[in-house]
Design a protein around this ligand. Structure first.
Ligand code: 26Q
Length: 833
């Protein structure tokens, strides 16, 4: 062996790849032929999809490197979006669109005998999230790349994503989602950037060379974090940002130690415990309390990501942290990554010698926190005992943060012990708990809610004490969705019509849709609009037939509610209305009814009893209604199994009526509401979350509003008497009577008792009975407008036209203007502050 081996070996950079569609198709062909899977000859579309993905990835990588180089050479401030969830869905079509192959890819592939659509449908969803919060993170990444903001996502590469939902005997059955089985052609593993995350052990304090006490975290159980990078392309702008997902890997010495102790097999088996950290996404979209593995995931993400950023800083600037705060921003997606606050303190103090005050200054100048919930029971708490066992060094830091914080509270409210107890990061009691939201607020310079009402309610309610102390920290950032995925890609028919009418600017400037307004008065345009929507409804009908065995008449009013199943979202109210319509049809009360197709979809957390029972009720009502020959196709009901990102891409463009009917004051924002609106659905909704802003934008006359306001909800709770409401409302009484008669559960007596009891309970927090009458009336108004196709079409067009505000491009500009302050970086040159 030669002793003068060079320390590094490099090939020169490859020549740029052609951006011609034919060249892309040829590269896909080559990948297909050379990959072992490709010549299996089975014709599995998955193999062809992978080949095309790899050909595209090469083109993404070129731009990714150029973008990183441009950001580095501009020495630009960067933001890091820390999130336990990135609900990316499928990637292929999005990459084709953003790289400019939208029109050309299919014809080029067809010359080789391959239909693009087949490849698109072969891709599994990357279901690395529960719902709104996870999908929001994915939309943010798309917009940041499109706006050329230097933002990197940090998350977890779960081996198993959100469970797959099957319906069996009207019940939800969960199946593991091994989405990586066929490999993930988009990701690039980077073992060179592996980080070490420590758990358990104990701390010792020793004086360092300068005589200062330093903490040492010893006897730890370590896990390696290996990054898998996923490219995130901007829309036709040469920018490619990154999403770095961490995978847990057992350390070698961990095994070696056990091996030397003579238990080889046990040591290899112990690898599992370490690698379990990134095995599965928690499918609970409200905090699942106290699970140690979940806390491990949260710390694993926070620690690996912060170490990554700091290591890159040190590689460039050495131990000089004086400009670290100027150059970095960390956005916490809810409290899930809030270990980042004490972890950054630990890294700066214990690993880089900074003193407390300097480190704290850095943390509180770089960290910002987004809250996504108003439900007090969903605020994350961790038992001090568990936290201290798993992360002993972090607990010490949390205690110190709290001590210093309480001193500040004491200064503001002298000798007020109740105030101190209320605001303390530690909730005292038999089992003391760390209040993660308070930790996040104290450690952040910005705290934001996700819709105007939500941000106001946070200031008045949940975080009122903190708002009184630091009013300047609090702000609102109304959510959005990316129109590239949710309009341009999901609804090509409508996009084409819009482009022919007002041009294609809306792809990067959603406000441009405003120009559609005058066309709502053009009968020819309305007809074209209906034709497009009709084709979309045909497409959804085919899916519903295939997945539910229910036939929807494409001319019916498509009335859709898809979202996680939750009592506060009130799928129950929706189904009560369906039962009401059914009764009217049976009674012949409706001589000329508007034909309706009601679609409900969504997953219930596996341990959420009521949510699962509501799914069963929906399925049973669907069974009886659809099976009743007298009803015909005047009313059809279907529960769509396994609702997910790729399902919404078919659903939103085909929906006429968007159900956004949460109890006012409970839905932080909602984002499905925006996807529907953009695609021309009209909303039936309460004054909750972003519905309020949707109505403001589109006008009251184009929105079916109903129900109690958030203030009225609080008022009503004090004297709520659902029995009286049911007694006084013959329609509601009839609906309850039919359910209580066992009509929907003939062979399973008592099945729906818990649901009936919940509705009749004066303590029902969701006030289902209180809003029934208003909901039914609003539904009747919607039906009345539907009867006049021109009027409904006008509303539909005006909804799309008014949806400009709900682009995540706007949301990201707002974050950047008020929180991040990043320059835009164009890899083709120019950096603008
Ligand atoms: C926490 C701890 C332990 C286990 C699970 C969790 C957990 C996981 C996911 C808690 C909450 C979530 C997800 C919350 C969520 O999706 N919230 C929604 O966020 C959207 C984006 O801001 C809003 O539009 C919705 O209103 C809000 O419900």
């Amino acid at each position: 062996m030669s002793t003068d081996t060079p320390r590094s070996v490099r090939f020169p950079d490859p020549d740029p790849l052609s951006m011609e569609a034919d060249a892309l198709a040829q590269d896909a062909r080559r990948y297909y032929g050379h990959e072992w899977a490709g010549d299996a000859g089975g014709g599995d579309p998955l193999d062809a999809y992978r080949a095309l993905a790899l050909a595209l990835r090469d083109r993404l990588v070129e731009r990714w490197r150029a973008t990183s180089a441009a950001v580095a050479s501009a020495d630009a401030r960067q933001a890091y979006y820390l999130s336990l969830e990135f609900l990316m869905g499928r990637t292929l079509n999005n990459v084709l669109l953003n790289l400019g192959f939208a029109e050309s890819a299919d014809p080029a592939l067809r010359k080789l005998g391959v239909a693009l659509e087949t490849l698109i449908d072969a891709e599994p969803d990357a279901g690395l999230g529960n719902g709104g919060l996870g999908r929001l993170a994915a939309c943010f990444l798309d917009s940041c790349a499109t706006l050329q903001l230097p933002v990197t996502g940090y998350g977890i590469r779960y081996e198993y994503g959100m469970f797959r939902q099957r319906i069996e005997h009207a019940r939800q059955v969960e199946e593991p989602d091994h989405w990586l089985r066929g490999g993930n052609p988009w990701e690039i593993e980077r073992p060179a950037d592996t980080r070490r995350v420590r758990f358990r052990g104990y701390t010792e304090f020793r004086p360092d060379a300068k005589g200062r006490m330093r903490a040492a975290w010893l006897g730890t159980e370590d896990v390696l974090a290996v990054p898998c990078d996923v490219p995130v392309p901007g829309y036709r702008n040469e920018t490619v940002n990154g999403l770095r997902l961490w995978r847990a890997l057992a350390t070698d010495e961990f095994n070696l130690g056990e091996f030397n102790a003579g238990s080889y097999t046990e040591s290899v088996a112990a690898k599992n415990a370490a690698e379990n950290i990134t095995m599965v996404l928690y499918p609970n979209d409200a905090s699942e309390n106290g699970k140690e593995l979940r806390l491990r995931q949260q710390y694993f993400l926070a620690s690996a990501s912060l170490q990554d950023v700091v290591a890159r800083w040190v590689a460039r600037h050495g131990s000089d942290f004086s400009r670290f705060a100027e150059k970095n921003r960390f956005q916490l997606n809810d409290t899930h990554p809030s270990c980042a606050v004490p972890e950054l303190m630990r890294i700066l103090m214990d690993e880089h010698d900074l003193d407390w005050d300097t480190a704290w200054e850095i943390v509180t100048r770089t960290t910002a926190y987004t809250n996504h919930t108003l439900l007090p029971e969903a605020l994350e708490k961790w038992s001090v005992r568990l936290f201290g066992q798993l992360l002993p060094r972090l607990l010490e830091i949390v205690y110190e943060i709290n001590a210093r914080f309480l001193t500040e509270v004491e200064r503001r409210w002298p000798a007020d012990h109740e105030q101190l107890a209320r605001m303390s990061l530690i909730e005292e009691g038999p089992e003391p708990q760390i209040r993660m939201a308070y930790l996040a607020i104290v450690g952040s310079f910005s705290v934001n809610g996700v819709a105007a009402l939500h941000s106001d309610l946070l200031k008045q309610g949940l975080f009122a004490d903190f708002h009184a102390l630091w009013p300047e920290k609090f702000n609102n950032k109304t959510n959005g969705v990316t129109q590239r995925r949710w309009l341009v890609a999901a609804n090509p028919g409508l996009s084409k019509l819009v482009t022919e009418t007002i041009g294609d600017a809306f792809a990067t400037n959603l406000d441009a849709l405003r120009a559609l307004r005058p066309h709502a008065e053009d009968a020819g345009f309305r007809q074209a609009w209906r034709r497009v929507r009709r084709a979309n409804k045909d497409r959804l009908s085919a899916v519903v037939r295939q997945c539910c065995g229910v036939s929807f008449d494409p001319d019916a009013l498509f009335d859709v509610q898809v979202k996680r199943i939750h009592e506060y979202k009130r799928q129950l109210l929706n189904i009560l209305h369906v039962v009401h319509l059914y009764l009217r049809l049976k009674d012949g009360a409706d001589r000329d009814p508007v034909p309706r197709a009601v679609l409900i979809g969504g997953k219930a957390a596996p341990g959420y009893f009521m949510a699962k029972r509501i799914i069963t009720l929906v399925c049973k009502v669907a069974e009886m209604v659809n099976g009743d020959r007298r009803i015909g196709d005047r009313l059809r009901v279907a529960f769509l199994p396994n609702y997910r990102v790729s399902a919404m891409e078919v659903i939103a463009p085909a929906t006429d009526l968007s159900e956004q009917i949460s109890t006012a004051g409970k839905e932080a924002s909602g984002t499905g509401n925006m996807k529907f609106m953009m695609n021309g659905a009209v909303t039936i909704g309460t004054l909750d979350g972003a519905n309020i802003e949707i109505r403001e934008e589109v006008g009251d006359e184009n929105f079916f509003l109903f129900g109690l306001t958030a203030t009225e909800v609080e008022e009503t709770r004090r004297h709520y008497d659902p029995e009286a409401i049911i007694r006084q409302d013959a329609d509601l009484a009839a609906v309850m009577a039919l359910i209580e008669s066992g009509f929907f559960n003939r062979f399973e007596p008592g099945l729906f008792d818990p649901i009936v009891q919940a509705i009749r309970n004066p303590q029902d927090p969701w006030l289902v009975a209180a809003d029934f009458r208003a909901f039914v009336d609003a539904q009747a108004r919607a039906a009345a407008v539907w009867r006049d196709p021109e009027a409904f079409t006008r509303m539909s067009i005006l909804n799309t036209a008014a949806s400009g505000k709900f682009s995540t491009d706007r949301t990201m500009r707002d974050y950047n203007a008020d929180i991040w302050g990043l320059p835009t970086v164009d890899p083709r040159g120019r950096t603008r502050p």
